[in-house]
Design a protein around this ligand. Structure first.
Ligand SMILES: *[C@@H]1O[C@H](CO)[C@@H](O)[C@H](O)[C@H]1NC(C)=O
Ligand SMILES: *[C@@H]1O[C@H](CO)[C@@H](O)[C@H](O)[C@H]1NC(C)=O
Ligand SMILES: CC(=O)N[C@H]1CO[C@H](CO)[C@@H](O)[C@@H]1O
Length: 259
């Protein structure tokens, strides 16, 4: 008892400051040299990219040493939602590329210019933009169509055997475009509100894909298709659990690049 307490309350005498710094450094950076494209769909959970998910992806990619370039389609948003009221702002119209530029701190490229041969992997954060602007899933469910550029990009990375990462609602894009792919959107039952969008798992199956049950801090890897998915905000939980699940997804994507 005494021994344990003294271990906790006293700083370890054998580690000098520089050693502590080098421990932190090695654990925090595995020096990936992968070039990763991140595809955004606006700015804000109800009409665009989920901002915390985009940020978590960028933090994890930065920590692992990857080189990032952000893209978004130059199209009008399906909706502009007043996020304070949770209702459409009827007379407003916004452009997906211009809104996504907010998250990219201005450094963003038209999705039409994304060429898979210039990147080692592609990652799609979630948010309703993926279901409203990158596809029509929010309106059409299993009968959805996918933005032509998004479809081209998913097929090109898949054909080139380059990994594709998706989280939250974005796995529906892969489910629609890549027949038989395995993805997760979390659990298949609501469990008293913990998984409010559990019905999406059934839509994934209806789209011809295979759904895999995963917890929020986990990622699922489909090694055959090199597709990596994590539930993120499909789960009603604390932000750090979502951050951790996205970290697992990012690391598995980077591992599959082999860089
Ligand atoms: C914008 O992103 C590109 C691609 O990642 C990078 O090469 C360039 O340095 C960035 N420009 C600025 C101003 O940050
Ligand atoms: C993509 O880049 C490769 C290599 O730079 C090039 O050969 C190819 O034509 C490009 N494709 C498109 C659609 O621009
Ligand atoms: C305004 C609008 O609805 N824009 C597009 C958002 O994205 C979907 C899917 O690509 C399109 O069908 C919409 O036209």
């Amino acid at each position: 008892m005494l021994a344990v307490r003294s271990l906790i309350s006293k700083p370890c005498p054998f580690l000098v400051k520089s050693q502590i710094a080098s421990l932190i450094h090695t654990s925090a950076n595995s020096h990936s040299s992968a070039k990763v494209a991140v595809v955004l769909s606006g700015c804000g959970v109800y009409d665009g990219t989920e901002i915390h998910e985009a940020s978590a992806i960028l933090v994890h990619l930065s920590r692992e040493g990857a080189e990032v370039q952000m893209f978004a389609p130059d199209v009008t948003q399906m909706h502009v939602i007043d996020h304070g009221k949770g209702q459409p702002a009827e007379k407003e119209s916004r452009n997906v590329l211009a809104e996504s530029a907010r998250i990219a701190r201005g450094n963003i490229t038209d999705l039409a210019k994304l060429n898979a041969s210039n990147h080692d992997a592609v990652i799609f954060p979630g948010g309703f933009g993926a279901a409203k602007n990158l596809s029509t899933f929010a309106v059409d469910g299993k009968d959805c169509s996918v933005n032509k550029e998004v479809e081209r990009i998913l097929k090109d990375f898949h054909k080139a055997r380059k990994p594709i990462g998706l989280c939250c609602i974005s796995p529906v894009l892969a489910a629609k475009v890549l027949p038989g792919v395995e993805v997760t959107v979390g659990h298949e039952e609501e469990q008293g509100g913990k998984w409010p969008y559990a019905g999406t798992a059934h839509a994934i199956t209806a789209l011809g894909a295979k759904h895999k049950i995963k917890g929020v801090t986990e990622a699922h890897v489909d090694p055959k298709n090199k597709v990596v998915t994590s539930p993120a905000f499909m789960c009603d939980t604390k932000l750090h659990h979502i951050f951790d699940g996205i970290g697992a997804m990012v690391r598995d994507v980077l591992k599959l690049t082999g860089k």
